[in-house]
Design a protein around this ligand. Structure first.
Ligand code: ATP
Ligand code: MG
Length: 469
């Protein structure tokens, strides 16, 4: 575009306005107006087709009355639209779930696409640094579509070529504030496409009362609370080991007690035994009667109980070898759940070295070999650092409740969990807002999900104990 001049050429340039810099302008290629118009028209039609394709129901709801009004006048339009409105109203009243699915959320998605995301897209992208300005042209990530449900809006985005997911996860705050949501979750839909989740309401804002005790005995995933979208939070205990990490007052007790509560019918049926280790004496002692004598608080007793669990595990393994590869709970071989509150008291903070080593070895043995023979460990601790819990990686499932430092989130949930939205260090320390609230990674998705455990109060525990007696 810029022509390089030979060495002596600039001297020959004559300017009629002395003392002004000589400006070289790139050549301008004149485009016939018809070509520009055709390009604009093609873009407009493509956009319109995309819009109709993405939001047919919402557009019909808006466009049909408008068109009738235009063609026949508002009186006729009202007359024609009124029965349709009455029909929709009846549908909404009689069968709300199908109405919201087919009409309600689609119209909501359209309105939010138009009013929130489309309107703010360019400024938010530019200010947050996700749009790029290269050689006078602005490249903005494409807003592909918006879907809504009762909990959140999900915005599908086409990233700019060369952008990384991290570019987006680093700007969660810009995005959430820019689009008027409290948080934003980033997940990958496919190569080059992301889904941004913007919650509109928070079903976990208030404490969840203790859930009803299940009617049928089950060791399957136990309902212990709610997921962020309001659906039940099912915790798998049989066939895995679970580590719960949370600062003091984070609500570790509510996870332990909700799990015990869910397992009660199976305990009554003899299909589950809970062995409780309570070195702090403050959590599980309350329900001592539930555990049928398998309760220890003193570190030496805890070590004995763990050794006993290991010996049961070994005996089962010897019996199962070559006969069965996985465990199904029976009266003879019930599922044994070893619940350890404040596990660091028995490992890192235990002053008796011999005892400490015995307990650590037993826990490591149970977590490496217990799964297939029906022995599981549910452990809670405050500090997830390796120095405190060197076997934390032996727990396949981990729950991060409120944590003190942001670095601890990745220690519990794995690398990149905090970047993907597990903001466990920002959970409110006020019990009514944040106790029992945490993040988990479900098997189905690498993205962390926000959860809240139901609160099992002292009265609930007393009632549970009362039912056993
Ligand atoms: N799921 C919950 N919902 C609402 N409030 C809760 C919940 N769980 C606990 N709380 C409240 O938070 C307080 C602390 O809970 P909890 O004792 O379970 O914490 P913790 O994590 O075990 O703490 P620590 O490590 O000190 O034992 C409880 O007394 C209760 O008032
Ligand atoms: Mg506790």
């Amino acid at each position: 575009m810029f022509k390089r001049m030979p060495g002596d050429e600039p001297h020959r340039i004559v300017s009629t306005t002395p003392d002004t810099a000589v400006v070289f302008k790139p050549a301008v290629v004149r485009t016939p107006a018809i070509i520009a118009l055709v390009i604009f028209a093609a873009r407009f039609v493509a956009g319109l087709v995309r819009l109709i394709w993405r939001h047919p129901v919402a557009l019909a709801v808006i466009a049909v009355p408008g068109a009738l009004c235009f063609v026949y006048g508002w009186r006729v339009a009202l007359l024609l639209v009124a029965p349709a409105l009455a029909g929709l109203g009846a549908w909404a009243v009689l069968d709300r779930p199908t109405f919201t699915r087919w009409v309600g959320w689609r119209v909501t998605a359209f309105v939010r696409w138009f009013w929130i995301y489309r309107r703010h897209w360019q400024p938010v992208m530019t200010v947050s640094g996700l749009a790029r300005h290269i050689r006078g042209r602005e490249y903005v990530p494409r807003l592909v579509k918006v879907t809504s449900d009762s909990w959140a809006d999900r915005v599908t985005v086409r990233m700019l070529d060369g952008q990384a997911v991290k570019n987006w996860t680093d700007r969660i705050e810009n995005l959430s504030h820019g689009f008027g949501s409290e948080t934003c979750r980033v997940s990958v839909a496919k190569a080059g496409r992301l889904v941004l989740t913007f919650p509109r309401r928070d079903p976990l804002a208030t404490p969840i009362p203790a859930l009803p005790i299940p009617d049928i005995p089950t060791v399957g995933p136990i309902e212990i609370g709610k997921l962020e979208d309001g659906s039940p939070w099912l915790l798998r205990l049989h066939g895995t080991h679970v580590l719960v990490a949370g600062a003091t007052g984070a609500g570790k007790g509510s996870i332990i007690w909700s799990a015990v509560r869910g397992l009660l019918p199976a305990m009554w049926a003899g299909l589950v035994e809970i062995w409780a280790l309570d070195p702090k004496l403050m959590e599980l002692s309350y329900g001592k009667a539930l555990f049928g004598g398998r309760y220890a608080a003193d570190p030496a007793d805890c070590a004995d109980l763990l050794d006993e669990a290991v010996s049961v595990m070994h005996k089962r393994a010897a019996r199962f070898a070559g006969v069965q590869r996985s465990h199904a709970p029976t009266l003879d071989d019930p599922f044994i759940l070893v619940v350890v509150d404040e596990v660091a008291f028995l490992t890192a903070y235990q002053s008796d070295k011999q005892l400490r080593q015995r307990i650590s070895a037993a826990l490591a043995t149970l977590t490496t070999q217990g799964r297939a023979v029906g022995v599981g460990v549910l452990a809670a601790l405050q500090d997830p650092r390796k120095e405190v819990m060197n076997i934390r990686n032996l727990f396949p499932d981990k729950i991060a409740l409120r944590l003190d430092e942001s670095e601890q989130v990745d220690m519990v949930l794995g690398d990149g969990a905090r970047d993907r939205g597990a903001l466990a260090d920002l959970i409110s320390p006020r019990p009514e807002r944040g106790a029992g609230v945490g993040y988990v990674r479900l098997e189905t998705s690498p993205d962390p999900i926000r959860v809240r455990a139901a609160y099992v109060s002292d009265e609930d525990i007393r009632a549970m104990v009362g039912e056993v007696r």
